[in-house]
Design a protein around this ligand. Sequence first.
Ligand code: FUL
Length: 448
Amino acid sequence: MKRLHLLLTGLCFVCVSFCQNVKPVGPTPSARQLQWSGLEYYFFAHFGPNTFTDLEWGHGTEHEEVFNPTSLDCRQWCRIAKAAGAKGIIITAKHHDGFCLWPSKYSTHTVAQSTWRNGKGDVLKELSDACKEYGLKMGIYLSPWDRNHPKYGTDEYNDVFVNMMKEVVARYGPLFEFWWDGANGEGPNGKKQVYDWHRFEKTLRTIAPNTPVFSDIGPDIRWVGNEKGIAGKTNWNLLDTAGFARGLGSPPNDTLNQGNVYGKVWLQSECDVSIRPGWFYHAKEDDQVKTPEELFDLYLKSVGRGSALLLNIPPDRRGLFNEHDSAALVGFKKLRDENFKTPLLAKKNVPVTNNKTTLKLPTTSAVNCIVLQEPVQYGQRVISFTILLKKNGETVREVEATTIGRKRILTFPSTVADAVDIVIKETKAKALISHVALYAIAENLVEK
Ligand code: FUL
């Protein structure tokens, strides 16, 4: 009994001493951001008239009849998402062509005007029901740029956009993310729309206070500056947004990619990337689906660099996730499961004293991967660090790195070691490491 008491006291001490006197540093995530941050990996589904016209940017003049999936089954999407370990699906409720995948009251270019299911179909309703059934989250992409809506280019379009947001939140919420695309291809002689971003933001905050909102510069999640799925090796969850705007006025792509070390706003990045070259389904790309190994590499370069992975799986003309894509996704899941199943060592809340911590491996082993996490609710702290792999007291490999953030996965050539030192070189305040794990992953998966 006394021993148990001592043990419990010891455990409490570790816990308390880890968090004791810890003051957050700089901006910290809101509850809404923190909750989203734990999702790490989820799907995008680009679906609409482009699926049937083989375009990437529809003109907005396509006849509604064009949208005609022969056997839409959102449960099949969810089954695959679940099997692939994704946490949710964000659907293009309205892409730049303006076609609405739900029967909106605020447009006459929707599923209701199509012949699909005699105008009675509703893709968002089916997806929302399927997500609930499979325990997945649902998110909505709504393009501000609209090449169809007659009101686009006038002040009244802001009412349309607000009404559409209200409609989809009321009918298909709760949503785990709302996606505002910054793209606009109107060109110098095109229609000019002055978006009322302030009103858009206020609307979502009122009707969906727990839904984080994505755009180039947030307010909750920022774009990573490319569509390749690659976050910066240095990746701050902080950004200076003052003076910048969405779309063309956003910060340079490399700033979005790396964040700002002393940025004033907490904005974790999200890596949006398609499993195929295009965002929409094109049969001619069936043989260009990313392989499980390529997806694993993107996982290391997104989630493993403190970002999120938003992986696009475009439903095909049947309204199904294509076999080529699902095979790659299952392979990708298998690689994550097999390689991250058994850590050589895993520890929570690692005490860091004088900027250093030593971890002893239970047995001398070949290591080629380390996973680190900071408890970001206390702010992102570590600026740079070194991993020293040791054997019999000698350093056998040094791995230099910069930021950690929510998760940092470092891979390196396989090295036989019996201990590992984490040496914090520069930090904003006392370094906190909430999780560390060492692995021996397949050699071909080590980051190139
Ligand atoms: C871009 C869009 O123009 C693409 O069509 C796609 O939706 C991508 C995710 O965002 O800005």
